[in-house]
Design a protein around this ligand. Sequence first.
Ligand SMILES: [Zn+2]
Length: 147
Amino acid sequence: MRRIRSNTPEAWSEIPPSRGARGRIDNRTSYRDEDVRKFVQAGLRAYGAPPNTEVTVRAAPGRTRGCAILGGRRMVLALARPSKWSLRKATLIFRHEVAHLRGADHHEMSPDIYWSRGPVPAWARGKKLRRKSGAHRGASRKRKKAR
Ligand SMILES: [Zn+2]
């Protein structure tokens, strides 16, 4: 595994994407499997995550969060529900977590990577996470209106 040099905090994002990187994705959200898979796979490739990275995607109670094993192959991505969804934030948090997988500790990250700041990266533009067809869509609000 390539280590990230501590004197070049952004070096990992400049390494060309690793085409071979494929993840095992366990989707526990109300978002569609295929959309979650496409998003996660594209991100793993874009940031050169280790091959066979295991990504558990679950629903976040609030905003999108993540955690990853430093220099490991496991990551948990907790995605915000549609009302709190931000593609930009989800993407940049993903970037932060892959940096951990690639061996970067917080002090080795640039401020933008550490704080998950910046525009939507090119690889994620236009990516949509649709809800599963059985998932509730604003059910509580509709129910109130109906009364
Ligand atoms: Zn972190």
